[in-house]
Ligand binder design. Sequence first.
Ligand SMILES: NC(=O)c1ccc[n+]([C@@H]2O[C@H](COP(=O)([O-])OP(=O)(O)OC[C@H]3O[C@@H](n4cnc5c(N)ncnc54)[C@H](O)[C@@H]3O)[C@@H](O)[C@H]2O)c1
Ligand SMILES: [Zn+2]
Length: 366
Amino acid sequence: MRIVKVPLGNRSYAIKIGAGLLSRLGNECVRLKLGNRCAIITDTNVGRRCARPAFDSLAKAGFSPSLIILSPGEATKRPKSASICYDRLAEHRLERQSFIVALGGGVVGDLAGFVAATYLRGITFVQVPTTLLAQVDSSVGGKVGVNLKAGKNLVGAFHQPRLVLCDLDTLRTLPEREYRAGLAEVIKYGIIYDAALFTLIERDLLKLLRRDPKTLGDVIARCCEIKAEVVARDETESGRRAILNFGHTIGHALEASSHYGKYLHGEAIAIGQVAAAKLSARVLGLSAREVERVSDLFERADLPTGANLNASQRQRLLAAMRLDKKVSGGETNFVLAKKIGRVVWGQRVPDSFIAPALNPQLSTLN
Ligand SMILES: NC(=O)c1ccc[n+]([C@@H]2O[C@H](COP(=O)([O-])OP(=O)(O)OC[C@H]3O[C@@H](n4cnc5c(N)ncnc54)[C@H](O)[C@@H]3O)[C@@H](O)[C@H]2O)c1
Ligand SMILES: [Zn+2]
């Protein structure tokens, strides 16, 4: 088992990464000295496979768990679901010392974390992420929340978990497309922070695609370390944490302008990262060779690297970017790369650069 510490003073916590951790959930919670009652929040896909082991592990360790199983998918991450959870927690008489276990992908993690942040003005929660995206990204950092009709993540809080348990075995049943989408976030950590990680992913991509546990454990641990470091320096997103948004300005706009139907988040940010690499060449002089390495790696991971947009789709994309808080006066703030492993934030890019950077036919721009 690998352990990564997230150093946040009296809210510090550990991320534990390894095989077979789900069956140790109960004992891990005993070590945290939590109250007796708890609730596992999950969705039907994950619940079918993981709810029983999680429940049994908690019960065997002396806890009194209840189980809340929601429908899978982004639509579940809304205030109505939080309200259903509150009622169930109250029925089960959860109190201040009680805790919530978020068992699932980022949807469950964000929702259950938000419920934990708000029920009785905040109770403890433990993250048990079961998608690659959740293990390397959403379960770490304490951002929790739900969507409104007007947009994603519009209601939320910062609420750190007390423990994150990444059981590598749970990833075995993750659908291939979801898994590859998670790899887009993994590659991101190499680009923004760690050239050696990027090179390692280039070398071991086939092992990663096979979900080889040793490679996966090493890579997930390194990604968590990077996220922990970035978050520890900027817990509430005033500056440095922005580097985690590499590829996300365009990625989010692509997701929003296609009404969250066409692309998974990881696919949209794969396109966004390749575009950001091309913009980095144009604005910061990132070398053509490094743009190519970025583009090639996403391509080898079978992720999209560009989008052929017609005029009206281009308009919609720019409009979506303008709604984003990163825009001011016809220019958008981007995170751009100086080289692989080193990025800078707050780079202003004119709107006219965006569409050419998305063009799959153009590998680099001069
Ligand atoms: N809080 C943060 O910092 C943060 C960061 C990034 C993303 N997010 C949020 O995360 C969410 C996306 O998370 P996601 O990509 O994990 O999606 P998800 O939670 O919807 O999971 C994807 C699909 O995989 C299924 N699934 C999950 N684990 C499985 C397993 N082990 N085996 C089989 N099926 C499984 C789920 O039921 C779902 O159908 C978005 O709402 C996004 O806003 C939050
Ligand atoms: Zn992301």
